[in-house]
Design a protein around this ligand. Sequence first.
Ligand code: 4AD
Ligand code: MG
Length: 478
Amino acid sequence: MGPLQIKEILQTSPENQSVTVKGWVRTKRESKNAIFIALNDGSTIHNIQAVAEPGQFSAELLSTVTTGSCLKITGQLVESQGSGQLVEVKIEDILVYGTADPETFPLQPKKHSLEFLREIAHLRPRTNTFSAILRIRHALAFAVHQYFNDGGFFYLHTPVITASDAEGAGEMFRVTTLDLNKLPRTEEGAINFKEDFFGREANLTVSGQLEGELGAMALSKIYTFGPTFRAENSNTTRHLAEFWMIEPEMAFFELEDNMDLAEDFVKKVITYALINCKDDLNFLQNRLAEEEKNKPQNERSIPLLEKLSFVVDNPFERLTYTEAIEILLKSKPHKEKKFQYPVGWGIDLSSEHERYLVEKHFKKPVILTNYPKEIKSFYMKLDEDGKTVRAMDVLFPGIGEIIGGSQREEDYEKLLGRVKEVGIDPENLWWYLETRKFGTAPHSGFGLGFERLVLFVTGMSNIRDVIPFPRYPKSAEF
Ligand code: 4AD
Ligand code: MG
């Protein structure tokens, strides 16, 4: 449907047929014998080369064919004379849809820094790096839906606006229609949210899990895949204020089943990218190699494709939080007091600890389970010892936590106890608590941060570079 894209044209065998190509100029090169225009339409990392003869077009027209301008070229598709591509277009006609003044167009055929590109988020998809990332991001999203659909899961659309704080961490963005200059007050002087749009306080969701659990108590296996919001101080290379999360939730799954699913799921989704995004992954791999070429051999990271294949081909290491603490206590950085945060049973592991376990000790992805209840959310199922909960975090090299999940507390009294213990008003969660009153069942689920997955697969180092329009403190321009 619609005009042929460059990806399709490049796969056509050259039979001297007429062809129309549309796209944006990446480069124009003039030699004594020919003018070469490299055109890209974002359908593939590869450009199509179009060739004209000197004098075939007026200098005036050619002066508007500059990097960034948009063209329609008609001509003959012929076998390419140059190396690197099978076909090229012998130009017969050029129509300039839109010019891009070289004086002001910010993207020039040279390497721009990622920091600079972040400032021009409206144009960066037109670079090779970002178009490759966006295509891989798409492929991963598609693979997610395919995986769950094949596995008998139903896609549940959970609300973006909610009254509850699913993680109980108080990191919500408020949603209101109240006039901030004259907020209605109660007699006690508090803001009167009864006069607000929803008649109560409302937030952007931090997770679809609680509603997902309602779905699992009806459809058995569901997943959500939508934007989530956290007003945490997200000024790191791993945090966004708005990110996409994938949250499967399954009735009758225990922690062990949950771990099996999480491991199989990430491996299958990465495999999909390995099979379907070869050109883009190769491009990103070469880009990384280029960046590291001045480093000594032993300091260079392993090639991207090798890293991805390794994760797909090897079992993840599984151990308890308590076992992990023992390893950390025996570790060199602990003994030499090199960790910034001291290790001890009960601490919330920080990324230096997670990275030690994954990158130095096991050298592969790790699933940590049975964390102390104090450092995990209220909904996790209490272990028999009364101290730990059936939590699981999947830790990835270079990323740290990529998945967080648990078996859920299905016992009404125990859950109510935990809700009160952490200071949540049970009134606010009456609907959630009711699932434990009416036909409760063992169930489990997890959340995968989609951008952290894209970060891992693309080998990029800043999460702001794997989402089209990143949201982080002091950035909401585009
Ligand atoms: O560990 P988290 O907070 O778990 C939950 O939200 C659960 N309700 C999930 C569930 O069991 N259904 O977040 C899950 C994942 C993390 O492991 C991380 O990959 C990602 O979401 N994540 C973020 N990604 C980007 N920016 C942030 N600020 C993130 N916070 C969490
Ligand atoms: Mg977590």
